[in-house]
Design a protein around this ligand. Sequence first.
Ligand code: APR
Length: 195
Amino acid sequence: MWVVGLDMNEASSRTIGKTKLVLMQGDITRQSTDAIVNAANSGLMGGGGVDGAIHRAGGPAIKEECKQIVAKIGRLDTGKAVITTGGNLLSKYVIHTVGPIWHGGGHGEPDLLASAYRECLKLATERKLRSVSFPSISTGAYGYPVAEAAEIALKTVVSFLRSVSTTLEEVRFVLFDLGTYRVYSSALDRLEGKT
Ligand code: APR
């Protein structure tokens, strides 16, 4: 007998200050938050993974604006963030950031990963956005171990939301596969001392 599984993507949410923090399994290119964050590379000309998915779904307008940015700043340094149109995406904006490539953890990777999340939140707040979606930055092609990355990502976002007055009413982590979702979910439970 064929059992058709419901599309029971897992999700959980907390409130931090005035902002709802959501963890969910899904495809970031289908989110309707004001902005979605792209795990880009310094050249900003697209790539594979979530970078490829966002450029494919968003269309050429995104790359056109990336070209203008590169013409101005040359390259986007690791840990920094820039914003472009969302093109054909449901989101109005894409915030591009570059996470660190994992080289074993002794080359400043944790601080650079924290900076990538913080710079995106600062940019979203400067632009008075109300909602933003993050992928799991650096844990794909850049090889960052997911458990360590999840702890840094959540600590950085929670401490920003607790200490900075922001227009953000919702921050989502949109995790592509169930395994990554579960690692983030346990990391958030640990952060809250639930386990
Ligand atoms: N929605 C949400 N998350 C996604 C999606 C998607 N559509 N597609 C992939 N992911 C997830 C991956 O499963 C992984 O958990 O995004 C996370 C980050 O993986 P990568 O996209 O490989 O990003 P990263 O590890 O930061 O490497 C960036 O890869 O694609 C190139 O140009 C990019 O050079 C840069 C590098």
